[in-house]
Design a protein around this ligand. Sequence first.
Ligand SMILES: [Zn+2]
Length: 267
Amino acid sequence: MKTWIPDSRNFAYLTWPQVDSLPRESTLLVLPTAAIEQHGHHLPLATDTLINNFVLGHALRLLPETLPVYALPPICYGKSNEHIGYPGTLALSARTFMDTIRDLGASVAEAGFHKLVLYNTHGGNISCIDVMARDLRAEFGLRTFYLSGSGGAKFDDLDPQERAYGFHAGEVETSLLLAACSELVQQDQYTVNYIAKVSDPKVLTPEGGPANFAWLTRDIAPSGVMGDPTPSSSEKGGRWLERMAASVAKALVAMAGFSETGRAESK
Ligand SMILES: [Zn+2]
């Protein structure tokens, strides 16, 4: 797999004595979680994994050199059963995915580290990560953090329809891939599909409404695309990358400096 993680921030490139010399209290370890799953006719299966690495790699370059932050090798496979029926989707069950996070958390805690970030770029993983961030805190006393792919960056220059319903192989993911590795984008294979319209709100929606129905991609988006990749460009991808990397870097700095002290209620 391609990587944009700087060698100096790549945990797996260290020797064990080098790991042993890291400050246990303050070192922040980042565990990327993503997916290998269908992304329409035009994007590769590894899209979420590539985007994760592309954004995280750029965010790590923005950190002060002395801040002890390291990227662990990613969990490339995720909970992708919404994309079953599309050749190439390689999914883990929720249990396997959560057990994998638990076992890696156990190893990190066993080595004496305190801080672990779950950095996720696949929507289907979110519920599991939410549970595991708290479970790792409860079971091992790890100070765990959960960070979403964009780091909270705003996409206010995106059309409202695309912002609401362009979440799979749409303009953002396609533009990021064009900026990262355009040779992997089949630009003559775009398909457009929206699973709901912002201008026509319904009581039951697949995502984002007060009442949602559980969906499988094959039911609501036969081509595998949810969004419109047509207006994508590497220029937009580069712009969004910068914004996302800055937001992720800002969050990582806050996590590295986070301590419970002063947060307890004073009487
Ligand atoms: Zn994706």
